[in-house]
Ligand binder design. Sequence first.
Ligand code: MN3
Length: 247
Amino acid sequence: MMTRRQALKTTALAGAALATLPGAIAQSNSTAPAAAPSGPFTLPPLPYAYDALEPFIDAETMHLHHDKHHAAYVANLNKAFSQIEWEGEITIEYLLQHLSSFPENVRTAFRNNGGGHYNHSIFWQMMKKNGGGEPTGELAKAIDRWKGFDGFKKFFSEEAATIFGSGWLWLVSNHGALGIVSTMNQDNPITEPGQRLQLTGVPILGLDVWEHAYYLKYQNKRADYIAAWWNVVNWDFVSERYEKMKA
Ligand code: MN3
């Protein structure tokens, strides 16, 4: 018959033996953070410091927005991507434009997280420190269709303010012709179904009106966030994108 002391000793040894198995170590260490699933998609660093857009967009919001929200879209996209067979490289644009070619069980994850990854990747570049002002050149001429820049700014701001729930407002270029279009959740004008692309175009400027983009500083006052955002718009980047899409 086994004594209590012997039983404890045996259990401890069994535990030690199990712990040498890689699987057992992973299971017993449940408080460790899960490693980011590896995959083809990576979180791009912000092209400026977290506080570069102060006082219009605060550093704390940028930390949360980039390091948590955008990072989660990338991690979840890679996780979903690991469920399919894929040979070679893939771009985020290809993924969004060919959603229906992927297995149904990953399509929603691709749409939401792929969209989130693409939208934020371009959104960071559409802003900069000491941004704002007005566009110049060809883009300024094209924007004149809204009765000048002030008319454009007013219309864009009103459209962004009235999006119900979470979404984005985009200035899109269809071979040089401009339009303004909203998308829900993390959809993008380039997201399949493709007819949206024909109706609209390729996004050259976008505004994130999800509450996570402004709630810390502006609470429910989305209109104040939108008014402040014009001060950080990177018109050089937008113009460059416009020229590229036109070509
Ligand atoms: Mn966002």
